[in-house]
Design a protein around this ligand. Sequence first.
Ligand code: NAI
Length: 343
Amino acid sequence: IMRVALFDSHPFDRDAFLRANVEFGQDLVFLEPRLSVETCGLAAGCEAVCVFVSDRVDAPVLKALSEIGVRLVALRCAGFNNVDLKVAESLGIAVVRVPEYSPHAIAEHAVALILALNRNLIRANRRLRDGNFSLDGLVGFDLFEKTVGVVGTGKIGATFARIMRGFGCRVVAFDLEPDATLAADFGVEYLPLNEVFAVSDIISLHVPLSAGTRHLINGDSIARMRPGVMVINTGRGALVDTPALVNGLKSGRVGAAGLDVYEEEEGVFFVDHSGEVLGDQQLAWLLMCPNVLVTSHQAFLTREALAKISNITLGSVRSVEAQWRGDAPKVAADQRTVLVGVR
Ligand code: NAI
């Protein structure tokens, strides 16, 4: 049995992990704070920490964790841009993640953002509650035969592309490694990135955050886009240069934006700030725009995804534990879960 400290844990994490842990029987410690240099001492006595997207797992944190005996970092998410893998490896800390839990959860949320923005559902609902049944300003467009640009056609992007094909959209895509099946069987057209920007009515981002994808949406790329384009980001906040997006929205070049992630989301998203003044003026401005819909990194939040996340994470914890004991794994672990192996 391993003692695992779950940082940044919320009631929905606790429910899912406790349910999954009936099978695994690990010693789980649920902690509300996010992992940082200041909070890592809370993991004292634990061999493993379990973290999410806003936890910082950089060099100072890893060193501090190593000093108190932590030997495993289990990410309960797919993206791992918040972890310094080189430092983890040099310290002998294993790092695992959940490479895939439900691409449908994220892809369907991207579609939800598109539909809600296009048909002005949130505005309409707010009006009706105020007794205003007017339709003025609520005109949307048919998705049928519109062009949707998908940047990144991995598990989530491909799922999203197939859904949009179901609406009768033309789907164009860019990926460093095009998916031949998606092109052949689902009629997705791969184009150079700049052409995807140029021809799309809706652009949705599904690439991981890396040096090569940071600020993929910036002033230059926005200038290439169709006037009135809808930009959807359920990937990572820093894929979008937010000041450039704000300028695009102000000039009308960008017609609408659906953001489930935001570059400065750390410390803001996942927390109730309703009694405070929002310090981030850019975010406050975005929240005021009638053509912007922000959600608080909730694309992953389905029952199915949470169940898979907790099962896969606890399964990884168990197989790392077995390797520490020198046991041969009973079931071969999915190699994509392991970012830094056990030494
Ligand atoms: P994946 O690894 O299956 O697909 C990523 C795709 O991006 C691959 O096809 C890869 O070839 C492509 N790619 C990588 N770098 C590229 C570049 N520079 N240019 C073009 N293409 C590039 O990953 P998956 O599962 O589809 O997830 C994508 C991202 O979505 C994750 O990395 C994560 O950041 C984000 N995500 C967001 C969630 C949310 O709740 N909002 C939940 C889960 C993931």
